[in-house]
Design a protein around this ligand. Structure first.
Ligand code: CU
Length: 266
């Protein structure tokens, strides 16, 4: 029985290592410059975890196999352990994981919290159950104030803008698609109308919560044109599964044409 257990552990270990080497499921190719450092950090974390996993599981399988049916050790009533070894192992694991956390945080902060260089396109991202809205400030560069009492999805005033009284709101563009020009830095300001949502684009390697009552900014520069999926990665209610939108990365000229079309339809 014990040997069957040892063989099962070894089989799980080999299967895991095999899946790691072959990695049949992996990220889609990245479309932003910053994504390569995220991928690198992910690979380092993955390799460290795999080595620890293989060491722990391999050792366990070997011990179970080696001492199965060993009457002498069975009669000893179990080992007393080795406190010094356990403390050293716990210390090594702690240092490893804290280091991974610190390095990972620095990579994440460098890629998503960087400042806004001149020419950055600012877009507000609004999450609501169960849709995304994207607001562009228009030619004045100003986002007009939002009035929660004016929010009405039925009339199309999703963000509660008062275009009659707020001058800064008049040229604001609200769209259901996030359209950005290729090669231009973008700052997303994440907001929510109701509960916590999470903005996730796999190809950008960006995942950021949208929290009601707060605004958090993240940055990216898309380097390849195309259409990509935006999903909500925070379980936000019954319709969470259908909360998604498109990210369209287009040329600068196409972006200007899109802005004109959108401003005419507001
Ligand atoms: Cu959501």
């Amino acid at each position: 029985m014990a040997r069957a257990l040892a063989a099962t552990i070894a089989l799980i270990l080999l299967t895991t290592c095999g899946l790691f080497v072959v990695h049949p499921w992996w990220f889609p190719s990245a479309i932003s410059a910053a994504a390569s450092s995220i991928d690198h950090q992910f690979a380092v974390t993955f390799i460290v975890c795999l080595i620890l996993f293989a060491l722990a599981q391999g050792t366990m399988a070997w011990f179970v196999w080696r001492y199965s049916g060993d009457r002498q050790s069975a009669g000893m009533g179990g080992g007393r352990g080795n406190a010094r070894f356990e403390r050293a192992w716990a210390a090594v694991v702690t240092v490893l994981f804290v280091s991974l956390g610190v390095v990972g945080y620095r990579v994440w902060a460098r890629t998503t919290l960087q400042g806004s260089p001149p020419g950055t396109l600012r877009v507000e991202v609004w999450g609501e159950q169960f849709a995304w809205y994207f607001r562009y400030p228009g030619p004045d560069g100003q986002f007009g104030p939002v009035h929660p009492d004016l929010m009405n999805d039925g009339t199309g005033n999703y963000l509660g803008l008062d275009r009659d009284h707020d001058a800064a709101s008049r040229d604001d563009i609200v769209a259901a698609t996030l359209t950005v020009p290729v090669g231009q830095p973008v700052e997303l300001r994440m907001r929510s109308k109701d509960v916590i949502h999470s903005f996730f684009v796999r190809e950008l390697r960006i995942k950021q919560d949208a929290i009601p009552g707060s605004v958090s900014a993240i940055h990216f520069t898309a380097e390849r044109a195309g259409q990509y999926e935006i999903v909500c990665s925070e379980l936000c209610g019954l319709g969470h599964y259908k909360m998604h939108a498109d990210l369209d990365v287009v040329t600068a000229d196409e972006f200007q044409e899109w802005l004109v079309r959108q401003s005419q339809s507001q």
